[in-house]
Design a binder for this molecule. Structure first.
Ligand code: HEC
Ligand code: HEC
Ligand code: HEC
Ligand code: HEC
Ligand code: HEC
Ligand code: HEC
Ligand code: HEC
Ligand code: HEC
Length: 411
């Protein structure tokens, strides 16, 4: 080999090495030091530190549709309009994230969410209207009359601030007003922070985080219903990951909460407003029909029709509507007893003072609601043993407590 050939080879080799070194120098360290494909996607700089600090955060993100679509950490974490910026290792990030940080890319979904009871009415149910602007109050009142123009719930003062924060607000903060950026609520209750998955949102347990317990036993009712039993048994055969507007009864032949209240099954519309398919205010002391009752009921029945015959659906609704009417009568009779005591001056106007207040609250808030919810969602045990039976017992107790009160006052 001639000197000339050796010289060219050595020069070219060195040049290549230098070029490779220089190219590498410009690449983020995360790419060179931890060269998995996932980490490259996990938006370099943030992941470089956070993969060591909170591996789970970065990992959840890597699994998400956001990572697959190239959305990076900063696109969510940058301050939205009005949010306080925080200097963070050379980046400007928001101190706290809210629905505003999702809204930038999901405006239509945010608008549906905003119309729902999961938004402002949720927070107002606990703390009243004080934290909202006049515009926000007007907006939600239009969709849900009476949901905003109300004072704080009396239990907040009776039980104390800490109780309300760790209790009520843990569920009701889904609609907390975010004064800095003007948005309402958070999307993470159903989607979590980093998975942002529709699969998670379609799982009954996700709704069951909040929709549980004796005052709204939806998850318990579901788990005991034929739908819940079949979901459990056939979970592996269902595909909960299908893109929203493409979900059909082929992948989802058993319904979860989301299927009935939100999903667009077989071409129906997807909604982030779960009131759209409802016809009664079942949570109310005395249940009345909603303003758009006929439309709401028709929409839910259309949904049922994807899997059932009209006769089955009509039977369920007829029976459940009779439970609503009967429960209303039972609650009214008990309320008349309390109204009578008030008229006679034996009971103050402040709630939660006397044992009879609690007996009455349990009667409608636990047992009445449970019976009504059980009747619509296939929970026979809830209509009966967690509903009508304790309701009957509470009404006898209320009469007895009323007699005692009268005797104590020499009447
Ligand atoms: C040089 C390392 C480093 C980089 C780069 C970095 N972080 Fe951090 N980050 C940290 C450390 C350390 C903490 C913990 C601070 C603490 O415990 O108070 C933290 C905390 C956070 C928190 C929690 C803040 C809080 O107050 O709760 C968030 C959110 C966050 N980082 C997001 C990001 C995002 C998004 C990026 C990229 C734009 C990023 N980080 C880049 C090191 C880093
Ligand atoms: C889809 C939007 C989104 C993306 C993308 C995203 N985050 Fe987050 N992240 C959130 C939300 C929402 C929170 C909750 C913040 C809050 O409550 O104020 C959060 C919280 C965090 C926290 C605090 C966790 C805790 O429990 O204290 C860290 C750290 C963090 N993110 C880092 C990252 C990193 C690193 C990436 C990229 C690998 C990333 N995030 C990508 C939305 C996102
Ligand atoms: C920078 C834009 C951007 C931001 C910010 C953003 N997303 Fe997304 N999101 C997307 C894109 C793009 C997709 C993928 C859409 C598609 O597949 O057609 C997506 C998809 C989703 C999906 C569907 C995932 C699936 O499994 O199909 C959910 C749920 C979601 N985002 C929730 C959120 C939430 C919650 C936040 C705020 C914490 C957020 N997004 C913030 C752009 C964004
Ligand atoms: C475990 C979660 C959770 C906790 C804790 C919780 N709630 Fe609720 N609350 C809900 C859910 C879910 C509903 C919807 C029930 C329904 O529609 O059947 C609801 C409904 C309500 C309603 C009726 C709806 C309305 O807008 O008038 C009021 C009022 C209410 N909650 C107030 C409170 C108060 C006050 C507290 C604390 C003392 C509290 N909640 C604690 C989850 C919770
Ligand atoms: C009450 C639970 C819940 C809340 C709160 C919620 N989502 Fe969803 N989201 C769902 C469910 C369930 C689906 C899947 C619907 C289906 O099965 O077709 C979904 C689907 C989505 C999708 C994909 C569907 C589409 O139309 O593109 C996006 C994006 C999304 N949500 C974003 C958000 C954003 C942004 C927020 C906050 C403003 C939010 N979600 C709040 C339950 C929720
Ligand atoms: C973070 C807690 C939380 C989660 C998670 C949650 N909800 Fe709710 N939901 C509430 C609260 C609080 C209310 C009561 C709002 C009000 O009326 O004041 C409510 C109300 C409702 C209502 C009644 C609306 C009306 O008009 O009366 C429906 C239906 C509903 N949720 C369905 C769902 C479904 C389906 C899921 C899961 C995909 C879900 N929720 C997840 C907290 C939650
Ligand atoms: C098979 C369909 C179906 C399934 C599954 C289902 N629901 Fe329902 N749900 C209904 C019907 C029907 C009503 C009553 C509708 C009406 O008012 O006309 C209802 C009522 C409700 C209400 C009552 C709102 C009020 O007025 O108080 C809430 C909240 C609710 N469902 C949440 C859930 C949750 C959470 C799950 C899952 C754990 C679930 N549902 C599962 C069909 C379903
Ligand atoms: C995605 C499909 C699907 C949807 C939507 C659906 N169901 Fe079902 N339902 C089923 C399946 C599957 C069974 C179990 C049937 C069996 O026993 O083989 C079932 C069982 C039932 C049963 C008990 C069996 C019976 O005939 O007495 C009732 C009642 C019922 N559903 C009512 C409803 C109502 C009301 C709705 C709408 C609010 C609804 N379902 C929505 C799939 C669905």
């Amino acid at each position: 080999m001639s000197f000339r050939a050796v010289f060219i080879a050595v020069t070219c080799g060195t040049a290549l090495l230098v070029a490779a070194f220089m190219l590498n120098w410009y690449r983020p360290r995360v790419v060179t030091e931890q060269p998995t494909a996932e980490l490259i996607r996990a938006s370099g700089k943030c992941a470089e530190c956070h993969v060591n600090l909170q591996y789970s955060v970065v990992h959840e993100y890597e699994l998400s549709r956001h990572a697959k679509k190239g959305i990076n950490c900063l696109e969510c974490h940058q301050p939205a309009h009005g949010q306080e910026p925080l200097d963070h290792h050379g980046f400007s990030i928001a101190k706290r994230l809210t629905a505003a940080n999702c809204r930038s890319c999901h405006e239509p979904v945010y608008q549906q969410f905003l119309r729902s009871r999961h938004a402002a009415p949720s927070w107002a149910a606990v703390y009243g209207k004080d934290a909202f602007t006049a515009e926000q109050i007007k907006f939600s009142e239009e969709f849900h009359p009476g949901s905003m123009n109300r004072p704080a719930n009396p239990l907040v003062a009776a039980e104390g601030k800490a109780a309300a924060t760790s209790g009520c607000a843990s569920c009701h903060a889904v609609g907390k007003p975010n004064s800095q950026d003007g948005s309402i609520g958070t999307c993470t209750g159903c989607h979590s922070r980093h998975t942002a998955s529709v699969e998670l949102a379609r799982l009954p347990q996700t709704c069951g985080q909040c929709h549980m317990g004796p005052d709204h036993s939806q998850i318990e009712i579901y788990e005991e219903s034929k739908h819940g039993i079949l979901f459990e048994a056939q979970r592996k055969l269902l595909d909960l990951t299908v893109e929203p507007r493409k979900l059909t009864t082929r992948e989802m032949f058993v319904p979860t909460c989301a299927t009935c209240h939100m999903s667009g099954l077989n071409g129906m519309n997807v909604t982030h407003d779960p009131s759209e398919r409802l016809s009664y205010y079942l949570f109310a002391e005395i249940s009345t029909k909603r303003p758009n009752a006929a439309r709401g009921q028709a929409a839910m029945k259309d949904l049922c029709r994807n899997c059932h015959s009209q006769a089955t659906i009509d039977r369920v609704y007829e029976q459940a509507e009779r439970i609503v009417a009967e429960t209303n009568e039972k609650v009214k009779s008990a309320r008349e007893v309390l109204d009578g005591l008030r008229k006679e001056g034996l009971l103050g106007n402040t709630p939660f003072q006397h044992p009879i207040d609690f007996a009455y609250f349990d009667l409608w808030h636990y047992y009445g609601r449970t019976a009504k919810h059980g009747a619509f969602m296939g929970g026979a045990d809830f209509v009966q043993w967690h509903g009508n039976y304790p309701l009957l017992k509470a009404s006898i107790e209320i009469n007895e407590l009323a007699n005692e009160l009268r005797r104590a006052h020499g009447k």
